[in-house]
Design a binder for this molecule. Structure first.
Ligand code: AMP
Length: 541
């Protein structure tokens, strides 16, 4: 016997419809790319999203077509999330921090038809234009007064484009399993991989993270989600806020401590979230200026592990820290740190220690730890192994891949190594691969090694991540020199410039006589990490 309830497809367009009806007066505030602060309401956002959908139809965009964005967190990017997915196309957020050749590769792999981009990225887009194979139209996210002169005819102005519609548009009745958005992970080896979210996975994830033990959102709070809309859909904030109807503040291209603090104060922000690097900047600013964080109540840290000192520093300001773990492949939130009825009674110090763990799994994220022999590890907080997840917002296959990304029981191996304790708190202990996480972004050690190996003085190269105060981790290049060569760091750095992104350049270069090798002839990085565990960075970081 089947239940007798309605079929009501979980569509992204329903979120903005809901916001328009129930939160029509609530504000979306943006520190703009051009200059100044922009403010309007969910009702205005909804109308403009529909005008955008009309514009996309005029541009010949059909259901399932990919539409690229290269943009900061702004109200226009917010409209793109709804206009593109709502009309049935796929919103592909490109990460401008990727190396330009990777941006072009990703846009070509996704077969993006139109590219919407912020003024900031005009030089980059002009540089890449000839490498884009499918993008026919470029739309600058600005108005006519800020449009640069003498651009090719296929460069359009966003405000002019959407002005061509009246907003009288009915969202198509899509299947909830239709593709809605696309985000590429910064691949550690080989090319980045696409994660193709559906309407259903997006809406379920958005509904799940709202709860007070996760994002703790409500209509009376104001949220500043600093995590970029090009990084795993800004952890789903553009969707959750429309459900809840909280005021949302978008920081545009401004990530420094002063800008963030100004927004918290002037817009009376209650909750904010970002990667640890952003919080270092804010803490520095607070230290320099002696300011407080009133009325901030909650602060989310994710994307990389939250250091103990950071958790304590914010809690000393009276802010409740939530440590979250997730990944692009799981939409992205998997766990969130919050107390349960037992740990809530622990002394503050113990609670802060607990907050270094990445938190408990949300409903909708099944988890297990698998050890080397393939068996499941006990949840004892000590036994570590591969972290596997499963659930309705975890991917099953990468975009355009032939093979499933899951094992035969439907588990996805996250590539992270973790423990889970008896209360269900998960802690990442290591990364299965050797990527270096700098400021929340990944640096591929292999690519860096391969580039370094091209230098005439280098016989062997290995790159490991070492802790850095500002960036969390930075690359240390370890080389075996060719016979007779002497270490010339400047020459190596000069050689690497242009071959890898500037921010990938190693912070230091050291020599060893011989690389430690494993039984299969691979460089044993564990050995190198041990050797260089006390290495001091030249910049003191
Ligand atoms: P991305 O898909 O770029 O968001 O990267 C996901 C990866 O970032 C995860 O697989 C983890 O390795 C790492 N990560 C995310 N959150 C945390 C965290 N709170 N602590 C440690 N590592 C994290």
């Amino acid at each position: 016997m089947q239940g007798l309830m309605q079929d009501w497809p979980m569509l992204i367009s329903r979120l903005i419809d809901h916001a328009e009806r129930f939160h029509s007066q609530v504000e979306i505030v943006t520190e703009t790319v051009e200059a100044g602060r922009h403010r309007y309401t969910y009702a205005e956002c909804a109308v403009r999203s529909r005008k955008l959908a009309q514009a996309l139809e005029r541009l010949g965009i059909n259901k399932g077509d990919r539409v690229g964005t290269l943009a900061w967190n702004t109200y226009r990017h917010f409209e793109l999330y709804y206009g593109i997915s709502g009309m049935g196309a796929v919103c592909h957020t490109l990460n401008p921090r990727l190396f330009p050749k990777d941006i072009a590769w990703v846009a070509n792999h996704a077969e993006d038809q139109v590219l919407f981009f912020d003024l900031t990225f005009l030089p980059l887009v002009r540089e890449l234009e000839k490498h884009f194979k499918t993008v026919k139209t470029f739309v600058m996210l600005t108005d006519q007064s800020n449009m640069p002169k003498s651009l090719p005819a296929n460069y359009l102005c966003y405000e002019d484009l959407i002005d061509g519609g009246d907003g009288d548009y009915t969202w198509p009745a899509l299947d909830e399993n239709d593709a809605a958005s696309l985000c590429y992970t910064s691949g550690t080896t080989g090319h980045p991989k696409g994660v193709l979210y559906s309407h259903r996975s997006t809406v379920l994830h958005a509904m799940a993270v709202i709860v007070s033990d996760a994002f703790n959102l409500s209509a009376i709070r104001t949220i500043l989600p600093i995590v970029p809309m090009f990084h795993a859909n800004s952890w789903g904030y553009p969707y959750t806020t429309a459900i809840v109807g909280c005021k949302i503040v978008l920081n545009g291209p401004h990530f420094d401590g002063k800008s963030i603090h100004t927004l918290i104060k002037e817009e009376q922000v209650h909750i904010t979230t970002a990667v640890p690097t952003i919080w270092l900047g804010l803490l520095d600013y607070l230290k320099e200026t002696g300011q407080d964080l009133e009325p901030l109540e909650g602060l989310g840290i994710g994307g990389a592990a939250a250091p103990a000192f950071m958790i304590k520093a914010f809690e000393d300001f009276g802010v409740n820290v939530h440590h979250a773990w997730g990944m692009t492949e799981i939409s992205p939130v998997g766990t969130m740190g919050s107390m349960n009825s037992i740990t809530a009674r622990w002394p503050l110090e113990e609670q802060q220690k607990l907050k270094q763990k990445q938190g408990r799994g949300l409903f909708g994220v099944e988890m297990r730890i698998v050890v080397a022999d393939g068996s499941e590890a006990p949840w004892d907080g000590k036994t570590f192994g591969a972290l596997h997840v499963r659930g309705p917002w975890t991917l099953k296959r990468y975009y355009r891949a032939n093979d499933s990304a899951l094992d035969e029981d439907g588990w996805f191996d996250t590539g992270d190594v973790a423990t889970i304790d008896e209360f269900g708190y998960m802690q990442i202990t290591d990364r299965a691969k050797d990527v270096i996480k700098s400021g929340g972004e990944w640096i591929s050690s292999i690519d860096l090694e391969n580039a370094a190996m091209g230098h005439k003085d280098i016989a062997r190269a290995a790159v490991i991540g070492r802790p850095h105060k500002k960036w969390r981790e930075r690359p240390l290049l370890i080389v075996v020199l060719e016979e007779g060569a002497v270490l010339d760091k400047d020459s190596i750095l000069k050689f690497l410039s242009g071959k890898v992104a500037k921010w990938w350049l190693p912070n230091d270069i050291v020599t060893v006589d011989e690389m430690p090798l494993s039984g299969t002839g691979k460089v044993k990085k564990t050995g190198l990490r041990e050797t260089f565990k006390d290495h001091k960075w030249p910049d003191g970081g």
